[in-house]
Design a protein around this ligand. Structure first.
Ligand code: SIN
Length: 528
């Protein structure tokens, strides 16, 4: 089956929906998701959406906080775009009927979160913001002319004779392959959280967009910068979802089993210190075999204030009456991704990326809380608007690619990989750990996986191959960056090294990688 569209958007989070809706003003858009519209990290988001709206606040303060959280590694132009367009993005949502939480006098309720210097976080139904924004956007999408295809996984980008992206191949739940040709293709598939054993992410967020783009020749950067959220609900050695930072914002404190506060003396901001500091502190206790809890006993009406967290606790069997929630840190957000400019253009012509899958540099080395739904809205609108107004283009013929690989090794099951990533490319990294991870991954013939022909493969096998590729990108990037900054902490290089690294990024391209690995003769390379 072959279908044609002017614009194809792959993904189902806030960035995907916003881009698709904006582009559909003037173009025929098909939105394809491997799951459903109600499955995404955006839908799960408990944090709110940041915008400088109060009289005491201003975009320059929002910019200052974003740069401070990003450890000055952010692209300033992207930050300015984000913070300057935030108030308009909120106004647009309000105009279209979105309901945010309000004070008794009817004014918008503005919350405070760690590393924000002013109250600027909007919520909807307390910690249900992601769900309610997404429901609102899904309602708007249903009224548009966009064709929505659910339960169909994008598995390979199609490249034309001129080197541009001309669409995507997909596989549906029954294993049937389809081909979509498009003038322009957008990846909005999210980050790669579910490649880690402990994560706040939806299980569908497995890095496949990054792997597809990388295989198609797009540059990928900053993959070492991963934000570990300090407080995932942790019961029976597994996570039961996120416990929002807003809980600490309301006064909860991190304590040991005996009730000793663990952030005392670690940072001036104590429990609201930057996420990487809090995550590393909890991790040091967990490593010593000690349990860490969030003491919530001081929060009145906890269930009413945090209905989503309360229901997650109930599902995991945590008794809220006891006044404490067991927590551990886990993968939350990828600051790196497919390298794009401010308009979402990747290094492959006619291929765009937006949201967490993309790296505009807006978050630098660490994202400021509640800037991610905002990123989806602001950059999604900008990209959608650009696509809506680009002239039509002739879709060139497909480039005949010589797939060159020997055999696809038996790939590990996801839990094995998740454990390795958590241990060797997690909250605290070392050269030895990263080298052992890289060697483990390279034994699966990365260069073969980059050339893997998806025809005839199952979604499970393709997902496993993509997971290995993305894990390798993380390991390689983390090994290369010999400093610690934001979400990347190396115990063998524990300080920031501005002279070497402030202006430098780890950028990887598949042609270089293939040549490098091929040169090492890790396996018998057979040209098809
Ligand atoms: C949280 O609620 O703690 C997460 C919010 C965010 O990551 O922006």
């Amino acid at each position: 089956m072959m279908v044609k569209a002017e614009v194809i958007v792959i993904g189902s989070g806030i960035a995907a929906l916003k881009t698709a809706m904006e582009a559909s003003e003037h173009k025929h858009v098909i939105l394809i998701t491997k799951s459903t519209l109600r499955h995404s990290n955006s839908y799960l988001a408990q944090g709110g959406i940041a915008a400088a709206l109060s009289n005491q606040d201003g975009v320059s303060l929002h910019k200052k906080d974003t740069l401070a959280a990003g450890q000055r590694y952010n692209k300033v132009k992207a930050v300015e775009k984000l913070v300057c367009e935030a108030p308009a993005a909120i106004a647009e949502l309000l105009r279209s009927g979105m309901q945010f939480d309000r004070n008794h006098d009817g004014t918008l309720m503005l919350g405070m979160e760690g590393a924000h210097s002013e109250r600027r976080i909007l919520h909807s139904h307390g910690d249900g913001t992601g769900k309610y924004i997404m429901e609102h956007l899904i309602g708007c999408l249903r009224r548009s002319l966009i064709t929505v295809i659910e339960n169909e996984a994008a598995v390979e980008l199609i490249i034309g004779k001129d080197g541009s992206c001309i669409g995507v191949k997909t596989i549906n739940k029954s294993g049937k392959m389809a081909v979509y040709h498009a003038e322009r293709t957008v990846l909005a598939t999210g980050g790669c959280g579910s490649l880690y054993r402990l994560t706040s992410n939806s299980q569908t967020v497995s890095g496949d967009g990054i792997a597809m783009a990388f295989k198609a020749g797009a540059k990928v950067r900053d993959m070492e910068f991963i934000q570990f959220h300090p407080t995932l609900l942790f019961m029976n050695n597994k996570t039961g979802g996120l416990v929002s930072e807003a809980v600490r914002g309301d006064g909860a404190i991190l304590v040991t089993e005996k009730g000793r506060p663990i952030m005392e003396g670690v940072h001036d901001l104590k429990d609201l210190a930057p996420r990487h500091i809090v995550a590393q502190t909890i991790f040091s206790y967990v490593q010593r075999g000690e349990k860490v809890f969030l003491d919530i006993s001081m929060i009145k009406d906890f269930k009413k204030r945090f209905p989503t967290v309360s229901s997650l606790c109930e599902t995991s069997g945590v008794n809220l009456q006891a006044g404490r929630i067991p927590v551990a840190p886990g993968n939350h957000f990828l600051m790196g991704g497919i390298e794009v400019d401010e308009w979402g253009q990747t290094s492959v012509p006619s291929l765009y990326a937006v949201g967490e899958v993309a790296c505009t540099g807006v978050h630098g080395a660490n994202r400021l809380a509640s800037n991610s739904l905002l990123e989806g809205l602001v950059f999604g609108k900008a990209l959608g608007d650009l696509l809506a107004h680009l002239p039509a283009r002739e879709i060139p013929e497909e480039k005949q690619q010589s797939k060159s690989f020997c055999h696809i090794a038996t790939l590990p099951e996801l839990p094995e990989l998740q454990e390795k990533l958590m241990n060797e490319a997690g909250i605290v990294r070392t050269e030895a750990g990263l080298m052992s991870l890289k060697n483990y991954l390279e034994a699966f013939h990365i260069e073969s996986l980059l050339d893997m022909d998806v025809t005839g493969q199952s979604i499970t096998e393709i997902t496993k191959a993509n997971a290995i590729i993305v894990a390798w990108l993380i390991a390689e990037s983390a090994l290369t960056r010999t400093e610690s900054r934001g979400g990347h902490f190396r115990s063998d290089y524990p300080s920031e090294d501005d002279s070497l690294w402030l202006g430098n990024s780890v950028i990887l391209a598949s042609t270089d990688v293939k040549n490098r690995l091929k040169g090492r003769r890790l396996y018998e390379y057979i040209e098809a």
